[in-house]
Ligand binder design. Structure first.
Ligand code: FE
Ligand code: FE
Length: 165
């Protein structure tokens, strides 16, 4: 796929994100299942539903551009999730595992925040305000999720992991 214009780059970045979101969609139920904290499990389940919306927004953008969503595999997300998978196989105490799950999930969110920030800005540069708005909505949700994970880490998980419960 040759990159001649900013629109080519925009489409390539969107495909990368589409692949990333699809991978995340498969990983989140496994992370929910591995969580001991009810709040954390609910958080993962909630974000799985949100992620379906992220996929739909991307599909809407591909449709409006008349481009296929396929063609790029996000190797970075594959690696981040592979590390997460290795973690699930560790012999860990419940609350320590929860803290580790949060650490893995925040790596995912930060990748998405970086990538959505880029495509949102590209959409703006290309004068595609519809795509810009859709991408901004997802970016805001990823940031909220990241903040929620930080709160959960501070409020219950790490306290329990230190034996404070
Ligand atoms: Fe997402
Ligand atoms: Fe996310």
């Amino acid at each position: 796929m040759a990159l001649r214009t900013l629109e080519d780059l925009f489409v390539k970045e969107l495909k990368d994100l589409y692949s990333a979101e699809k991978q995340i969609l498969k990983a989140l139920p496994k992370m929910a299942k591995a969580a001991s904290s009810e709040k954390l499990r609910e958080g993962f389940e909630e974000h799985r539903e949100q992620t379906e919306g992220h996929v739909e927004r991307l599909e809407k953008i591909f449709e409006s551009l008349g481009k296929p969503s396929r063609g790029v595999k996000c190797a970075a997300m594959e690696g981040i999730l592979e590390e997460g998978k290795e973690l699930l196989e560790e012999d860990a105490d419940e609350s320590v595992m929860d803290a580790a799950l949060i650490a893995a999930a925040q790596r995912v969110e930060h990748y998405e925040i970086a990538a959505y920030g880029t495509v949102r800005t590209l959409a703006r540069m290309l004068g595609n305000s519809e795509a810009e708005e859709l991408l901004q909505q997802t970016l805001d949700e990823e940031k909220q999720t990241d903040e929620k994970l930080t709160e959960l880490a501070e409020s219950e998980v790490n306290v329990a992991a230190q034996g404070g419960e």
